[in-house]
Design a protein around this ligand. Structure first.
Ligand code: G3P
Ligand code: MG
Length: 255
């Protein structure tokens, strides 16, 4: 049996949101490399399933904003998406930047010592499949680290979808989970416990010192998205927030 997850063991307090924040096209290798160039060794990114069940690094369930084209992500197979242009919307220098395949992107991160908060981002109706797929791949990729109790290297799975997290727990209970909530509802603790999450991930705009203290007092780690002002970042860390992600990797350095 794997050693139990001991709690929030990750040394990094600042994660590059969607790989490279707003300095490069989100959820692309170019973004990841930009974050790494600036010293980031911890990132958050989004994962969705293609039609054939292949997991890709993608935020929106439809094309058009960051990926040139039309229709839904679920209308295409993984390799079709991987041939699409996820960069030109951001700038000509990124023309042809592909949609990454999740296994390749995660493998690159692992090989380069980049810790990952993998956000499970199901297309509507595909919560169970997406949560299960991401957890299965993460568990297989980090089986040795989990067996050795090297938890600081093991990714943290997060999702707004409780169904997806339940599915992840069914498939790979050993990979730690976090429940994402924009604003903490009155029953937040029951919901976090229901998916056996180790951490609560919230929009910092809705967080107060009192709520932060309540989360910590209940024994959970606390993570905020997406913090783009250095003064706010300092305040949140002062409230006991364990880590946060930022789009402004030019203003807030890796911590
Ligand atoms: O995981 C934190 C944050 O990324 C959640 O919101 O929409 O940016 O994926 P979103
Ligand atoms: Mg995200």
């Amino acid at each position: 049996m794997s050693p139990a997850f001991p709690g929030w063991v990750y040394p990094q307090r600042v994660l590059a949101h969607r790989g490279g924040g707003t300095l490069a096209p989100e959820n692309t290798m170019a973004g990841l490399l930009e974050g790494m160039r600036r010293g980031f060794r911890a990132i958050e990114y989004d994962i969705m399933l293609a039609r054939d069940g292949v997991a890709v690094v993608m935020h929106d369930p439809y094309l058009g904003r960051t990926v040139a084209g039309a229709g839904n992500v679920f209308d295409y197979d993984g390799l079709e998406l991987a041939a699409m242009d996820a960069g030109s919307w951001f700038g000509r220098a990124f023309d042809g930047e592909p949609v990454p395949l999740f296994v390749e992107y995660a493998g690159f991160c692992k090989a380069h010592g980049v810790w990952m908060n993998m956000e499970i981002k199901p297309a509507p109706g595909y919560d169970i499949e997406t949560g299960g797929t991401v957890a299965r791949i993460a568990a297989a990729m980090f089986a040795d680290e989990i067996a050795a109790g090297r938890w600081a290297e093991v990714p943290l799975l997060s999702s707004f979808s409780e169904l997806a997290l339940e599915s992840a727990r069914e498939v790979a209970p050993e990979v730690p989970r976090a429940l994402l909530m924009s604003e903490l509802p009155p029953d937040w603790e029951r919901r976090v416990r229901a998916v056996e999450a180790v951490a609560v991930h919230v929009n910092h705009r809705h967080l107060t010192r009192e709520l932060a203290e309540a989360v910590k007092a209940a024994g959970f780690a606390l993570f905020c998205y997406t913090v783009n002002e250095p003064a706010r970042a300092r305040a949140l860390l002062g409230w006991g927030v364990d880590a946060f992600c930022t789009d402004r990797i030019d203003l807030i350095g890796p911590g």
